[in-house]
Design a protein around this ligand. Structure first.
Ligand SMILES: O=C(O)CCC(=O)C(=O)O
Ligand SMILES: [Fe+2]
Length: 222
């Protein structure tokens, strides 16, 4: 197995950091291939597969707190929130911390924290078109998705479709969930969906957030 060495190589390719900022300003979304270090992808993928095989994932739902419901007709993935328990997770989260700094310096977004979960879509699963920031999630500002599957076949399905913010039926990008690919977009305005996947699909979905309170109560991450 390749080992990721954080002392000699970056977790996210350096050019991507600049490209993400430019693309978010110009069009509200970014997609890059070969952005996440391959050895790091492999370690994260193994960790997720291990959890999937040992029933360590929870079925993903819709909404938050009391409004949280399982809706397999809307989304079919199973998740595990990153908690820095492995070296690979720490490397990924550290890289997102650096990206957060770049975004704050360039865009004055005041991003405060980052939350992310592993997502495993079994064959047949999908996630219908949606926005990531909705009532109760209003403090999500920028969404990120890192893909972990090596050698994704052209007929594998499971692409993420990005739609135009002002014309939600107009497709602007179709993202193959190939290991190393990284996507980033404005959570409040960019509609997107995951098409039905034909094989097991692994990714990390995450969100940069502003600190916020709901009804006067501080709203923690997740
Ligand atoms: O996995 C993806 O491509 C996107 C997932 C997504 O939209 C989400 O978890 O909100
Ligand atoms: Fe989403």
């Amino acid at each position: 197995m390749m080992a990721f060495d954080a002392s000699t190589e970056p977790a996210l390719c350096q050019a991507a950091q600049v490209a993400v900022v430019d693309a978010l300003v110009e069009q509200g979304w970014y997609v890059g291939q070969g952005v996440i270090n391959p050895a790091l992808c492999q370690a994260l993928h193994r960790e997720l597969l291990h959890m999937a095989e040992h029933d360590a994932l929870e079925e993903a739902g819709i909404g938050r707190g009391q409004q949280h419901h399982l809706r397999k007709d809307i989304r079919g993935d199973a998740i595990h929130w990153l908690d820095r328990e492995s070296e690979a997770q720490r490397h990924y989260l550290n890289a997102m911390g650096e990206l957060q700094q770049s975004l704050n310096q360039a865009l004055f977004l005041g991003l405060f924290e980052y939350e992310a979960h592993f997502a495993h879509y079994p064959a047949g699963a999908f996630y219908q078109r949606h926005l990531d920031s909705f009532r109760g999630r209003a403090n999500r500002v920028i969404s990120t998705v890192g893909y972990l599957n090596p050698n994704w076949p052209t007929d594998g399905g499971g692409e993420m479709v990005i739609y135009h913010p002002d014309a939600p039926d107009q497709e602007v990008a179709r993202v193959t969930p190939e290991a190393g690919t990284f996507a980033c977009f404005l959570s409040e305005t960019i509609p997107h969906e995951v098409l039905p996947t034909h094989r097991s699909r692994a990714s990390i979905a995450g969100w940069f957030r502003r600190n916020a309170s709901l009804g006067g109560v501080l709203d923690p991450a997740r």
